[in-house]
Design a protein around this ligand. Structure first.
Ligand code: X90
Length: 279
């Protein structure tokens, strides 16, 4: 029996190293449209080029979720599939992944397909992907992998700190008023993925040092004890990502912290300097 883990491109990862012959990993890209140009969020995307195209363009820029056909193509490549999507609270990606499941099961009723709405994105999806891999490699049956993954996802959290909310507001993912107040000069707004998978602003800080301190406090308050991995993704802000990683190591020595650049979709919305933290 072959397995596949497939996630949409908001998960930042594009490859998993060292998989055995019966397990594969793939992503399904969201698309970013800047005027007439379309950027496909796959391993070939140069996010720096996309960001500068965005910066040089004053018209509307939008994103689009993967089609059911794109998901279905991946589902057909294994007997047992675990699909993970960005929150259904902000994107049609989950719905598209479910439509694809119905399509594929109609012609291939023997397949097993599970679609998890992570109610999150970025680093939290990375954690879920790693967990799914661990459960599959431990030899657990399909139903148990799904059940344990769902519980694991519920116990994780996602925080973000952004300097700019323009694309979230323009694309209707956040209220204009809240986005305007949060995005004032030099301010960093820290928020989290709410239990319903929406953007919940927690706090505004002035400057990066206070922002990092607030993120550390929030992780601490949530009950994190250092035993689980943390994934920090950053949009052209490696310095802040490393400072945060150091802060985490000081507070929880031995915690595994991974730093990744944001992919196309998360770069588009987090914008320059943005940080996203899954834990
Ligand atoms: O379907 C589409 O076109 C994609 C829409 C995605 C909209 C939001 C993406 C946000 C990415 C920003 C900070 C994290 C917020 C997470 C809250 C659940 C990154």
């Amino acid at each position: 029996m072959t397995w596949k883990i497939v996630a949409d491109s908001s998960c930042e990862l594009r490859h998993l190293e060292g998989l055995g012959p019966d397990l594969s990993f793939d992503t399904v890209p969201l698309k970013i449209r800047v005027g007439e140009r379309e950027f496909v969020d796959n391993a070939a995307l140069d996010t720096a080029v996309m960001m500068s195209a965005m910066g040089n363009y004053n018209g509307p820029a939008t994103t689009a979720c993967p089609s059911p056909e794109e998901w279905a193509e991946k589902y057909l490549q294994a007997d047992q599939v675990i699909a993970l999507t960005i929150t259904s609270g902000l994107s049609g990606t989950y719905n598209s992944a479910l439509v694809a499941k119905e399509m594929v099961l109609e012609s291939h009723p023997e397949k097993k397909i599970y679609v998890l709405d992570t109610l999150s994105t970025g680093g939290q999806m990375v954690l879920d992907i790693w967990k799914a891999r661990e459960l599959i490699e431990a030899g657990l049956p399909f139903e148990q992998v799904c059940a344990e993954l769902e519980i694991y996802n519920q116990q994780r959290g996602l925080l973000f700190a952004l300097a700019n909310f323009d694309n979230l507001v323009k694309n209707g993912r956040m209220s204009r008023l809240v986005g305007f107040m949060a995005g004032a000069m030099n301010m960093r707004a820290v928020g989290r993925a709410s239990d319903a998978g929406k953007i919940e602003l927690l706090h505004k800080t002035r400057g990066e040092t206070r922002m990092l301190a607030y993120i550390l406090e929030s992780i601490d308050r949530s009950g994190y004890d250092g035993s689980g991995p943390v994934v920090i993704s950053h949009c052209f802000n490696e310095t802040a990502a490393h400072l945060l990683a150091n802060g985490i190591h000081n507070k929880w020595p031995g915690a595994r912290v991974e730093i990744l650049p944001t992919g196309g979709l998360t770069s588009f919305y987090a914008e320059r300097q943005g940080l996203i933290v899954g834990y």
